[in-house]
Design a protein around this ligand. Structure first.
Ligand SMILES: NC(=O)c1ccc[n+]([C@@H]2O[C@H](COP(=O)([O-])OP(=O)(O)OC[C@H]3O[C@@H](n4cnc5c(N)ncnc54)[C@H](OP(=O)(O)O)[C@@H]3O)[C@@H](O)[C@H]2O)c1
Length: 247
């Protein structure tokens, strides 16, 4: 589908990558951009750049009532960008309890699922449109330093396949975006290489235009995706080797 003249909604629009989604949507000529954030005031600077096109929307994707209200309010959307997500850098075994694993699943899986379900009829009414789910290469292989996050993104990967299958009949393109490390505040302590957030947003929107379902932005993600085909065990072992061992 064309992004020019599209009506988009971006969740987590105040975040590191979210802001670049808004920038790229503007550059590509989107007609209207709903910018979702939990705190509306966090969008003030973003909205000030282009108040005619950027419409702030209070949206916590884990709040079902709000999700449904936003879908009713934004009934002209034909491009849904599920960008909101959290990563709490916890291991499965070393975490003190299950709270991080549950929180990541609540936002990254259940929140994204709730958004897909609420907007499916909206997209259908607007000709099919597209959904972009911000996943991660860590949804394709576990990274033990961010283990429960990996699991939630893995759930998001399977979610993306299933939603794609269910919405094919209504002509909705469902794109999964799987970068490796993106250069945002959240990854400041991570070692290079890092892909620029604008590269991620641009690659995702180009995939929408070209009808491509699986996107691996940046050289690191592309290399891991290729190795997952040729040597999946090697990728698993390489990720495991990054975990500091304590005797
Ligand atoms: N950075 C990376 O290296 C990287 C790599 C691969 C994939 N990703 C994925 O890319 C997406 C964006 O990441 P980022 O680096 O831009 O992270 P970020 O700067 O931390 O932004 C995350 C955004 O999600 C929002 N959010 C969190 N919980 C929410 C909820 N319950 N409802 C609505 N919004 C919520 C945050 O809003 P608040 O300000 O209200 O907390 C924030 O706007 C995430 O899905 C992330 O998992 C990131």
């Amino acid at each position: 589908m064309q992004v020019e003249n599209a009506v988009a909604l971006v969740t987590g629009a105040n975040g590191g990558i979210g802001q670049y989604y808004i920038d790229s949507l503007r550059s590509l000529g989107a007609a209207r951009i709903y910018a979702g954030a939990r705190q509306l005031s966090s969008l003030d600077n973003l909205v000030a750049i282009d108040p005619d096109r950027i419409i702030p929307v209070a949206l916590d994707i884990t709040d079902q009532t709000t999700v449904e209200a936003v879908a009713a309010q934004c009934s002209d959307v034909n491009l849904l960008i599920n960008n909101a997500g959290i990563g709490l850098l916890k291991g499965f075994i070393s975490a003190p309890d299950l709270s991080a694993a549950r929180a990541e699943m609540e936002v990254n899986y259940f929140g994204t699922l709730a958004m897909c379900r609420a907007f499916a009829p909206v997209l259908k009414a607007n000709g099919g449109g597209a959904i972009v789910n911000m996943l991660s290469i860590l949804g394709r292989v576990n990274f033990p330093m961010n283990a429960s996050y990996s699991a939630s993104k893995g759930a998001g990967y399977i979610l993306t396949q299933g939603v794609r299958a269910e919405l094919a009949a209504q002509n909705t393109l469902v794109v999964g975006v799987m970068p490796a490390t993106v250069d945002t505040k959240g990854s400041q302590d991570f070692p290079p290489p890092k892909v620029a957030p604008e590269t991620v947003a641009q690659a995702a929107l180009q995939a929408v235009i070209d009808g491509i379902e699986d996107v691996y932005p940046g050289e690191q993600a592309q290399a891991i995706a290729a190795q997952l085909l040729s040597d999946p065990k090697g990728v698993e072992k390489a990720m495991a080797a990054m975990l500091p061992q304590s005797a």
